[in-house]
Design a binder for this molecule. Structure first.
Ligand code: ATP
Ligand code: MG
Length: 137
């Protein structure tokens, strides 16, 4: 079994889509192993997306991530990273496959409703950034 990190982003929180998105995730066989509701600080959002520091959308991304609370989950499944990325759909919702979370719910490239780790290595880093061992079931 492998793990990945999911964040339900502020645009989805704001539109009361948290329950629906979690239900969709669970219905696809991704098991929730840890869960928290957080209002990220600016520093946390900056650090979390530090790889995008030089990108033109970085400050917009940070402001978006702190605009509302988020729900953060550890998901487990065989091939969890790829399985959840497939369920999320493309970063740009206009290019997301029908039925994916982003095709269903995302508003734009910036407000795209969910985050998912992009590799096993990053999943491990991201999980330990938000959760202690005793918070993961
Ligand atoms: P995430 O890391 O959030 O799961 P991703 O891996 O699909 O998304 P990344 O390239 O890592 O996409 O970009 C991180 C996030 O930055 C995107 O999900 C989106 O919210 C924002 N972003 C990316 N490109 C743009 C852009 N051109 N304009 C505005 N925001 C963007
Ligand atoms: Mg990414």
């Amino acid at each position: 079994m492998k793990h990945t990190l999911c964040i339900i982003k502020p645009d989805a929180t704001r539109r009361a889509l948290t329950g629906e998105i979690l239900a969709l995730i669970e219905s696809q066989g991704l098991k929730i192993k840890a869960l928290k509701w957080l209002h990220l600080s600016r520093k946390e959002a900056q650090d979390f997306y530090i790889v995008h520091k030089e990108r033109p959308f970085y400050s917009e991304l940070v402001e978006m991530m702190i605009s509302h609370p988020v729900t953060i989950a550890v998901l487990e499944a065989p091939g969890a990273v790829e399985k959840y990325r497939n369920l999320m759909g493309a970063t740009n919702p206009a290019q997301a496959t029908a039925g994916t979370i982003r095709a269903k719910y995302a508003i734009s490239m910036g407000e795209n409703s969910v985050h998912g780790s992009d590799s096993l290595e990053n999943a491990q880093k991201e999980i330990s950034y938000f959760f202690s061992q005793r918070e993961i079931f």
